[in-house]
Ligand binder design. Structure first.
Ligand SMILES: *Cc1c(COP(=O)(O)O)cnc(C)c1O
Ligand code: SF4
Length: 344
């Protein structure tokens, strides 16, 4: 396999390259990427079939990113909640650790649009983050994210993981990465051999459409799964990309086939520059309703909302309760039939 960095360096980053390929308006794109960078690597580019398709919408800048003023830069108040460089400590027992702001593709809907492709991380900052984790014994889990941690070079990853594993109170290392989906060439056997030395390692990847599941992404997931790494997926509900039951069901089933367990289906965050992807909450609930009972429970994610101002994640469920009278519950099943339910 070719060197992944070489392949990544052939990414599209200027409007002129895009104009030749897809006939987009270079002036608009120029304006957008002066604020939010673009990077479309050759692999992800090859998945685009036509202008406006679900792959295109995730990768190609849209003038609405700068013209639509709804939303805020940091709705989850991550900057405010940051207790050390790159560390967001919101829940008592686990922290988010932002170790890289590079990605193999800059997703247009990203909730860290304010940072990706712009901010840098260096060893000094990473060390300070690790020191914070070391000093706080209640931290049992670290969620490495960014950006994409797997855009770090193997030897840097190895170094970070080694230092984290020296912390005795730290039990779980979770890595959030989109490369199995957007740039599967990054997932080499060498990478898997490094990761598996630091178990228990969990990977949460991020697929949004069944067309992202290809022989290459399947291979990447299989290399990781064969290294004993449990794989999960978070998906963002996005207008025009996957906001219908059929697409989500196909995606979730396909993920299960490549040994990835759907974990979260996120309602989009209130991020500036992403409003053209927003959908009503009811849409998500309706999609969830089309899954419970109708598809394998294994491939049903939690539909969740990350509350503004750092309120945290809350699951949203469609209601199956029709009525409650004293101890008698009337419950509707997935087919809409009503059942009575009461034990005590
Ligand atoms: C999402 C998130 C986590 C992880 O939450 P889980 O529900 O355990 O997946 C941890 N910390 C922060 C700051 C987060 O945003
Ligand atoms: S890979 Fe993740 S962090 Fe990077 S741009 Fe996409 S959504 Fe944002």
């Amino acid at each position: 396999m070719k060197n992944w960095k070489k392949v990544l360096s052939k990414s599209i980053t200027t409007p002129q390259q895009l104009e030749n390929l897809l006939g987009v308006e270079t002036k608009d794109i120029e304006r957008v990427i002066s604020k939010y960078p673009m990077r479309i690597n050759p692999y992800y580019l090859s998945l685009i079939k036509e202008k406006g398709d679900p792959i295109y919408l995730q990768a190609v800048p849209d003038i609405r990113e700068i013209e639509d003023t709804r939303g805020v830069e940091d709705p989850l108040a991550e900057e405010e909640l940051s207790v050390a460089p790159g560390i967001v400590h919101k829940y008592p027992d686990r922290v988010l650790f932002l170790v890289s702001y590079q990605c193999a593709m800059y997703c247009r809907f990203c909730n860290r649009k304010r940072k990706v492709g712009k901010t840098g991380v260096n060893w000094k900052l990473i060390r300070e983050g690790i020191s914070y984790i070391k000093a706080n014994k209640q931290i049992k889990e670290v969620l490495m994210s960014g950006g994409d941690p797997l855009l770090l070079e193997d030897k840097i990853l190895f170094q970070i993981l080694s230092e984290l594993r020296e912390i005795s109170h730290l039990e779980i290392i979770r890595i959030g990465t989109r490369v199995p989906c957007t740039f599967p060439y990054r997932v080499t056997k060498k990478l898997a051999n490094i990761l598996k030395r630091f178990h228990p390692i969990y990977i949460i990847t991020h697929f949004n459409h069944y067309r992202e599941i290809t022989p290459q992404s399947e291979m990447a997931c299989s290399i990781l799964a064969n290294a004993g790494i449990p794989l999960f997926c978070q998906t963002v509900l996005l207008k025009g990309v996957n906001d219908n039951a059929d697409t989500i069901k196909k995606l979730m089933r396909a993920l299960l086939r490549i040994r990835v367990k759907p974990y979260y289906l996120f309602y989009p965050d209130y991020v500036k520059g992403t409003a053209h992807f927003w959908v009503p909450v009811e849409k998500g609930l309706e999609i969830m309703k089309s899954m419970y009972g109708w598809v394998s429970g294994l491939c049903i994610p939690f539909f969740a909302l990350d509350l503004n101002k750092g309120g945290g994640k809350v699951p949203l469920f469609p209601s199956y309760i029709e009525k409650r009278e004293k101890n008698k519950w009337l419950v509707k099943n997935y087919k809409g039939e009503v059942f009575e339910f009461s034990l005590v």
